[in-house]
Design a protein around this ligand. Sequence first.
Ligand code: COD
Length: 299
Amino acid sequence: MFRNFTQVVDYARKLETKDLIVANPEDRSILIAINDAFQMGLIRPVLVGDKKKILDLLMELGIRKNGYEIYNAVDSKDAALVSVKLVSKHSNAILMKGHLQSNILLHEVLDKEHGLKMDSLLSHIGVLDIPNYHKLIFIADAVMNILPSEKEKMEIIDNTFKFVNSLGIYKPKIALISAVEVVNENIRSTVEARNIVEKLKDSDDFYIGGPFSVDIAVSHESAKTKGINHVVAGDSDILVFPNIEAANTFYKSTTFLANSTAAGLLLGASNPIVLTSRADSYKSKLYSIALAVVSTDIL
Ligand code: COD
């Protein structure tokens, strides 16, 4: 069971080296993270983007280009297309989003001809190490699914549970997040949470509760004050948010205001996909790569 990102990196170092194919790596923090992962033996870097700019940046950062495979791309869309095509040819490869908009890459990932989509729904998992919380917390979906339906939320829960469970977290506690803990027919997420909990509450694989406001999900004190006595309350492993705005706001608030470290991956595709925000730190990028390497081993 991984309790922090250092343990994830240590485990990844023991595994077989993977090809990491990066769309648009023309960014200092991305290149430093990739090079550190390369030096640790986690990955072999394959870079797709503006070749001259990449070489200039590598030189500026004092990184030798030996061991790097570099393909030129004319723009972000081309870089996304070439990267996805390269990844689709290697079952052992990892795709990473570099310095480009998420939807440009996701569009290519979803392409029926050359993409990485299988039968399942693709969803994002954000892993947060928050100094104020007693364990890693997993959040879905801050990046991919804009306003998932009730059925799609069930698929997101399935993707997320499988991933979290494979990291050694036995019977994770899943909280369905909304603004309040009581069902209000005018707040769709409370109604959906009630329905989902009704369907999944007898699962032997995980504990599930909701609707919960975030404070109930992560604070025993708050749950007690509000009269909520539930195994998930105050001790959640997984927060499932109602929509991308809520999840993304939580993800970025905790990283930029609460000194948290985040890692992010896309789940449900044929290959692991590292998907962090362009503004995420160098460490976030390194930890996300390590998590992707580990996920090729465990999923
Ligand atoms: N999983 C599997 N298949 C999917 C998914 C999914 N999550 N989403 C769409 N598909 C399939 C559809 O069924 C369809 O067959 C095909 O893919 C295309 O679907 P569209 O028309 O909805 O695809 P797009 O390209 O218009 O939109 C897909 C995006 C993922 C780009 C879109 O949902 C999006 O913009 N998401 C938000 C990305 C973003 O900007 N995040 C910001 C945070 S960093």
